[in-house]
Design a protein around this ligand. Structure first.
Ligand SMILES: NC(=O)c1ccc[n+]([C@@H]2O[C@H](COP(=O)([O-])OP(=O)(O)OC[C@H]3O[C@@H](n4cnc5c(N)ncnc54)[C@H](OP(=O)(O)O)[C@@H]3O)[C@@H](O)[C@H]2O)c1
Length: 344
């Protein structure tokens, strides 16, 4: 039975500068309880049952290089959720409806109906609104298809390939006719990419044999790269860029962890040379800038999901209190698929 107090995780303090950029203490987040929010005309009061935990939420806490506005001390960390309507003052929503929102790490919220997306539990489990059919899937589709000119037969490399975004992007790239090479951390994730997703090659960047594996997997270089790691991994991929290769960067989680502490040379001059002489096309994006493409994305991806062509994994943690630990898991590579907290 859900409590009628409103549990929320607020930012208690900005993470102190730790050994790694991604470091934070769970005490930087504080669990507070308030009453239920008031509800006005046009608004809907809902109880979040599923809460998304995403790497960018560490950026919201501050103290890391990011262009995102940081969360104020004492404010709730924002992010995608799935809720169930408990009271409605909007004719488009009824009690019991499932709604998607960006209400963040809180149990209850009152939000105008115009800011909510009604979810159909008969189409797909509502948890998919946070993963394969939500901002995660949209990011994968934009990076692997919408903004990436296809080169059928060409080699398409995806870093973070076993992650929520990467695993979908790798499959979409394959459906566009590429030879897809996925890179992830550890043998279990590599086995998933190879055996379950059927990628053409899957490599473990943590393996001592990684440099040799990379050479073997890229006999014809890289034509397309969707990167969300940066750092050492990006540097290792640089020499393989082909003429007119296309690179889309969507993040650099590799700059946050232990590996980033290993000294390395400044590879920026080499990178600029490669972009210059090999005519490399470089692009980045934030998914928020592309929300208008959502209907087009759904039109392609929903049928692929429903007919089993597109595979996805969800990693559930139970209990509202597990949110800070969930965020740490993303930076320790402990999640297997889209990380979602089920609120009890
Ligand atoms: N631009 C956008 O709009 C947008 C939207 C969504 C996500 N993103 C970015 O996409 C990336 C993946 O996000 P996601 O939600 O799909 O999370 P995810 O990949 O499911 O989870 C994070 C994964 O990052 C990997 N990782 C953590 N530290 C690492 C390190 N030091 N070096 C290399 N890999 C590391 C781990 O996988 P391994 O075990 O394989 O190391 C971990 O499982 C993030 O960089 C995120 O910021 C960007």
């Amino acid at each position: 039975m859900a409590s009628k107090s409103n549990r929320q995780f607020v930012l208690a303090s900005r993470p102190a500068k730790g050994a790694t950029l991604g470091a934070f203490e769970h005490s930087d987040l504080r669990l507070v309880e308030t009453g239920l929010p008031a509800i006005s005309d046009g608004e809907v009061l809902f109880r979040n049952i599923l809460i998304s935990v995403d790497p960018y939420q560490r950026n919201l806490m501050g103290g890391v290089p990011s262009e995102l506005p940081t969360t104020e001390i004492g404010a709730v960390i924002e992010g995608p959720t799935v809720g169930i309507v408990e009271e409605s003052r909007n004719p488009d929503f009824a009690v019991g409806d499932y709604v998607g929102s960006v209400s963040g790490w809180r149990e209850y919220a009152s939000i105008h109906g115009a800011m909510l997306r009604k979810l159909d539990p008969n189409m797909a489990p509502v948890s998919t609104a946070l993963g394969v059919l939500g901002h995660t899937g949209l990011t994968a589709w934009i990076g692997a298809a919408k903004l990436m000119e296809p080169k059928p037969g060409g080699t398409f490399v995806v870093t973070n390939a076993a992650g929520a975004v990467g695993s979908l992007a790798a499959q979409i790239a394959r459906l566009r006719g590429h030879r897809v090479v996925g890179i992830a951390g550890g043998p279990d994730k590599v086995a998933y990419l190879r055996d379950e997703l059927g990628l053409d090659a899957a490599l473990d960047y943590k393996s001592a044999a990684f440099a040799a594996d990379l050479k073997e997997a890229l006999p014809n270089g890289i034509d397309r790269l969707l990167d969300s790691v940066g750092a050492h991994l990006f540097e290792a991929l640089l020499p393989y860029f082909n003429m007119s290769a296309k690179l889309i960067t969507i993040g650099q989680i590799g700059t946050y962890g232990e590996e980033a502490l290993i000294p390395r040379r400044d590879f920026l001059p080499d990178f600029i040379n490669i972009v210059h002489y090999r005519d490399v096309d470089l692009k980045g994006f934030q998914v928020d800038q592309h929300l208008h493409t959502y209907p087009e994305f759904l039109a392609e991806v929903v049928p692929l999901l429903l007919n089993g062509t597109l595979k996805h994994r969800e990693h559930f943690l139970d209990g509202f209190e597990s949110i800070p630990g969930a965020l740490s898991m993303l930076y320790e590579g402990q999640n297997n698929g889209k990380l979602i907290v089920r609120v009890d």
